[in-house]
Design a protein around this ligand. Structure first.
Ligand code: PLP
Ligand code: ZN
Length: 483
């Protein structure tokens, strides 16, 4: 066995309310502040003691763990001291999440983008095929600790979702076994077959209600306020904590040198962009990195409340207003009133204090740009989902606005696997988009299968004739020359 020593450091964590500044101990799962209903961050009050080690020492520790064959240090807990340093080894769940590959733009993509340097970080290569697994690994590890230390240890994990949150929650709950049961509440008829298949396959109890995501959300929040259930939507601060690992991995991959790096992130409920800023700030405060990368949030014009807020230059003139969303191919980011918006404001302020006003920006893109971004990425060897396409559209927009240079390295978040959102590709290729999306397919880009011999012709031929005839048609079609 090549077990590393499990980290010895233990932090003193508590919930910290962004609404009323109250603190609460972590001996139970709080979803929102019991005093004011505000949202929480998790804070380690011993964090400053980590500064006793130099940045170099921390870099060495994290780099050496990259070779560990200890499953508990393989995923998001490679960065244990920065994550949830209250857990024991036995609490930690590892289903292969985290350490997702960063794949440089192919030469062809780079040249189509006028020489722009960049890479995709493929979050679709997480176990349930989205970045949500990072947060779930952390949240379920904490639930394990709770169920180990509490009398009545059984846990009912609940979430409202139309897609990736429920897939991830159901997967981690089913791995946890009999002590954890999961329930997923979905809006009836508003989920794709793939999105429905994942929690069903993991054995979650899937409940449907007529209405939309917001209706489901209100029901599960009522349950969490009044009954003993663990609510796993992204208001849950343990999820945000796990998602910080995305930032740590980018820093480590680029050898802790983030000069000239620009991180593009789609914004839905804004949990992910919150976590990414929080993560880079932690690294900066421990001198593990000397410079913050720039962050570019990306939103569709059909769901752009965060873009609108930051589009007002004078901070004193800004005020937040939810928007009514219109249908978006970046469906996982189609949210008009992001629950983590107070967290975004909190971290943007810190981020700009250190990195200047250009350190955080939000760009807006069209639905057409998003679809074409996804198709362009994937035709050039990547595996972007629609939200990954949104990031590429965001990069092109930033180039057009002159706010990014081609020599900077753009790191695009493909938040899920392309296969989860493949229905949108079908609509584009088959020219079957409902008008509300505002996407007009370009027939040049359509790719559909060609039948080269039909069943009737096949019946009339012997097996050998069939092989030869089919092959000859392919020869004609492709213009092959004899060898
Ligand atoms: C959840 C999700 C998003 C949006 O992330 P937020 O944290 O809600 O901003 C984007 N893409 C995918 C694939 C998601 O599952
Ligand atoms: Zn509060």
């Amino acid at each position: 066995m090549h077990h590393m020593n499990f980290p010895a450091y233990r932090g003193s964590m508590e919930y910290y309310c962004l609404g009323c500044d109250s603190h609460f101990p972590i001996d139970e799962l709080h979803y929102t502040c019991p005093k004011c209903g505000g949202i929480f961050l998790l804070r380690d009050n011993s964090f400053d003691s980590l500064k006793e080690y130099s940045g170099q020492k921390w870099r060495d520790i994290f780099d050496s763990r990259a070779m560990a064959k200890d499953a508990t240090l393989r995923g998001v807990f490679r960065f244990y001291e920065l994550m949830a340093p209250v857990l024991d080894r036995q609490d930690i769940v590892f289903l292969g999440e985290g350490q997702s590959p960063i794949v440089d733009f192919s030469h062809s993509l780079r040249s189509e983008l006028g020489g722009q340097r960049g890479a995709y970080k493929n979050e679709g290569q997480n176990p349930s095929a989205s970045f949500k697994d990072r947060g779930m690994a952390c949240a379920f590890s904490f639930l394990n600790r709770l169920s180990r230390t509490q009398e009545n240890g059984d846990i009912l994990a609940v979430c409202a979702s139309t897609g990736d949150t429920s897939a991830a929650a159901a997967l981690y709950a089913s791995y946890a076994g009999k002590r954890v049961k999961s329930v997923v509440l979905l809006p009836q008829g508003k989920v794709t077959p793939q999105q429905l298949a994942q929690p069903l396959g993991s054995g979650a109890r899937v409940l449907e209600v007529p209405g939309c995501f917001d209706d489901c959300m209100k029901v599960v929040e009522y349950l969490a306020d009044n009954y003993r259930v663990a609510l796993l939507n992204s208001k849950n601060a343990w999820r945000i904590l796990g998602q910080e690992s995305y930032a740590f991995e980018i820093a480590q991959w680029y050898d802790w040198d983030l000069k000239g790096k620009c991180v593009f992130v789609p914004i839905g409920n804004a949990g992910n962009i919150t976590a990414i800023m929080a993560g880079f700030l932690k690294l900066y405060h421990l001198n593990i990195i000397n410079e913050l990368p720039r962050i570019f949030g990306v939103q569709s014009h059909h769901a752009d409340p965060v873009y609108r807020y930051y589009a007002v230059n004078d901070p004193k003139e800004r005020h937040f207003e939810p928007v009514n969303v219109q249908p978006s191919v970046a469906q996982a980011a189609m949210i008009g009133n992001p629950v983590s918006f107070p967290r975004v404001k909190h971290f943007v302020k810190q981020y700009e204090t250190i990195g200047g006003v250009k350190a955080f920006q939000v760009v807006q893109v069209t639905e057409q740009d998003i679809m074409e971004g996804m198709l362009q990425a994937n035709r050039n060897g990547h595996i972007a989902c629609t939200q990954g396409g949104e990031c590429l559209a965001g990069l092109k927009r930033a180039r057009k606005l002159g706010i990014i240079d081609e020599e900077e390295i753009a790191i695009l978040d493909s938040t899920a696997h392309m296969l989860k959102f493949i229905g949108f590709q079908d609509m584009y290729f088959n020219n079957s988009f409902p008008v509300e999306y505002g996407v007009t397919p370009d027939a040049q880009r359509a790719n559909t299968p060609h039948l080269i011999i039909d069943a009737l012709e096949k019946m009339a031929l012997s097996a050998e004739e069939y092989t030869i005839k089919t092959a000859e048609r392919i020869v004609d079609m492709l213009g092959l020359s004899k060898r």
